[in-house]
Design a protein around this ligand. Structure first.
Ligand code: IMP
Length: 423
């Protein structure tokens, strides 16, 4: 397998975890390059369910090496919990989990600031996961961040933390928010640092040495294209580069070493949190929620649901350069009589075929739909392209045509065996 980047083509929750899990079989190194524990990848192995937030799901495959790259932000205490959870399930990580010393740390004051910012936005809140992601990336960009490498030196870390807690507590206090205890934070972080030490390295030479040995890399994107800080529905986005370029900056692998970009998309669209969503359809949402589908893995929130948006998909193809697409959750549409796909928008009386840059314009966009006849058959047991109902194949072909992308797999259920490989 060439070096592959896997990216969510919509607003996250496309079912990337499962596709990563399948692709990991052919990879040697699985690299996470952005985001933090705002992500939640659900992976099923038979009847066992794993939800991973920071550690690449490649860890579930014995013998695979996993890297948490410099572009990730991590809460050290949470990471230790995640490691312990895996150890309880008898998944060992010794000498196969490596974490970049340049990854920035999410601290308790970041979570408080996240809550404060959301509160002060009132009706305009982003609907963040409240994990402190935005404030951590803010500190990184404003050159005030604390990194994992700092945590490996207790005295250096204590000095940095003291100053950051003091500054942020003043801010929190001024807004009537809970302040953070320096001592408690220091103790918790130093305890976590002892556990994390064996995993913390300079991941750059490690990744490049693996490439020099001809090893295959798989980059596991978190969130999705429209949550990208530059290319998403700003300001209703997360704070990292969730598109394919983020694989390079978040790991130190140059663009000319990326061989393939795979997009993962749902056969329809979902989003959690606030922000524009032109094809949102409450009835479709009610149907999915009634089926027990479309609840967030990290926050348990019911996801907003809507039809597939071809305008968005074309935008996602431009930004990411998808070589091929994995379509997930096809089975979600099994019972639907008529399936709509948005092929253009109508904005103030004009038909447009590209996404407007401003979220305010996007809010005004009315979708122009093409309607497909539903297949009204259970696809969850289909194992091959030929066994899919003809109308389902038609729908998938239309997706491929609309995006000018080959489809590499179709997923018809949560189990890794419910994946139809097409190449
Ligand atoms: P934050 O990343 O917690 O700052 O949240 C910013 C926006 O991204 C919110 O709308 C979140 O709901 C959304 N978001 C963050 N992580 C994920 C994810 O893993 N899946 C889907 N949406 C996410």
């Amino acid at each position: 397998m060439p070096n592959t980047v896997l990216i969510g083509a919509q607003w996250g929750d496309e079912g990337k975890g499962k596709i990563v899990d399948v692709l990991t079989e052919e990879a040697d190194l699985v690299v996470r390059m952005q985001g933090g524990n705002n992500a939640g990848h659900t992976v099923w192995h038979g009847k066992k369910k794993y939800v991973l937030h920071l550690i690449p799901s490649g860890i579930l495959h014995r013998g695979k090496t996993c890297v948490i790259g410099n572009g990730v932000v991590l809460d050290p205490v949470h990471l230790v919990h995640e490691i312990d959870g895996l150890l309880k399930l008898k998944i060992g990580m010794g000498r196969r989990l490596f974490i970049s010393e340049n990854a920035h740390l999410v601290m308790p004051y970041h979570r408080e600031l996240d809550a404060l910012r959301e509160q002060s936005r009132g009706k305009k809140k982003i609907g963040t996961t409240k994990k402190g992601i935005g404030p951590t990336y803010m500190d990184k960009a404003s050159r005030q961040g604390v990194r994992l490498g700092d945590l490996m030196h207790p005295e250096r870390f204590a000095g940095l933390l003291k100053e950051r807690v003091r500054t942020n507590n003043a801010l929190l206090k001024a807004h009537g928010m809970k302040t953070v205890s320096f001592k408690k934070t220091l103790d918790a972080c130093l305890a976590a640092s002892k556990r994390l030490k064996p995993f913390v390295v300079n991941t750059l030479p490690l990744i490049h040495a693996a490439m020099a040995q001809g090893k295959n890399l798989l980059f596991e994107g978190a969130q999705g294209t429209f949550l990208d800080i530059d290319h998403g529905t700003y300001p209703y986005v997360t704070s990292s580069s969730t598109t394919s370029g983020g694989a390079c900056t978040g790991s130190g692998v140059p663009p000319n070493r990326v061989d393939r970009v795979v997009g993962v998309m749902k056969a329809y669209t979902t989003r959690v949190g606030e922000g524009p969503f032109p094809t949102e359809d409450d009835q479709l949402g009610e149907m999915f929620h009634g089926m027990g589908r479309e609840f967030g893995a990290t926050t348990g929130r019911a996801r907003r649901c809507g039809w597939l948006d071809g305008v968005m998909m074309r935008h996602a193809c431009m930004v990411n350069g998808f070589d091929d697409l994995s379509v997930t959750n096809l089975d979600g549409l099994d019972g639907v009589e008529q399936i709509k796909v948005c092929v253009a928008y109508r904005l103030r009386g004009k038909r447009i075929e590209t996404m407007p840059s401003s979220h305010l314009d996007l809010l005004e966009c009315q979708p122009v739909y093409e309607v497909f006849a539903g297949w009204k058959k259970d696809t969850s047991q289909c194992q091959t392209w030929a066994s899919l109902p003809p109308k389902a194949r038609q729908y998938l072909k239309a997706i491929s045509q609309m995006t000018q992308c080959a489809l590499s797999s179709v997923s018809v259920g949560p189990d890794r065996l419910q994946t139809i490989r097409l190449n």
